[in-house]
Design a protein around this ligand. Structure first.
Ligand code: CA2
Length: 147
């Protein structure tokens, strides 16, 4: 089972500002946390972060026939990017969406997610734990698909 985790713009700034919303832990801490979740699930995984929409689209396209599942926190592109939605639909890889914060209880513009239209699971407001939930959910999802 090969999983690809994609993190969108500004998530590399975690722990530096807006600690009241996103917490004090850094992006490197998040990578360590996700690697531990891969190990718990017995999955192989890669973690990719980009501040550029086109790079995220290309990474999703390159995942075709390489990765079995995608876990994505598209960050601000969640609310704007038809291109990322179309890329996810194009590759047809099972997708889970993660948000550190509870996007439903923040500004109105964060309530809508294009990526939710392709994702089978969305986890919001659970901090780093949301990634672990998504990895473990994906393990179940892919195991059941093999039966
Ligand atoms: O809650 C989430 O995970 C978000 O995807 C995070 C995005 C935001 O645009 C989404 O609405 C919800 C923002 C990530 C930026 O993270 C920062 C980290 C440190 C300082 C400032 C922003």
């Amino acid at each position: 089972m090969k999983l690809l985790v994609i993190n969108g713009p500004n998530l590399n700034m975690l722990g530096i500002r807006e600690v009241n919303i996103y917490g004090r832990k850094t992006y490197s801490d998040l990578e360590d946390f996700i690697r531990a979740a891969f190990a718990e699930a017995g999955a192989e995984g890669e973690i990719f972060q980009s501040n550029h929409e086109g790079e995220i689209v290309e990474k999703i396209q390159q995942a075709y026939k390489v990765f079995d599942g995608i876990i994505i926190n598209p960050a601000a592109y969640t609310h704007t990017s038809v291109a990322i939605l179309d890329a996810l639909k194009a590759v047809g890889i099972p997708t889970a969406e993660v948000h550190l914060s509870d996007v439903d209880s923040r500004e109105e513009f964060r309530r809508f997610s294009y990526v939710s239209l392709a994702a089978e699971l969305t986890v919001k407001g659970e901090g780093f734990e949301g990634y672990r939930k998504a990895v473990l959910w994906m393990k179940e999802r892919l195991t059941n698909a093999e039966r």
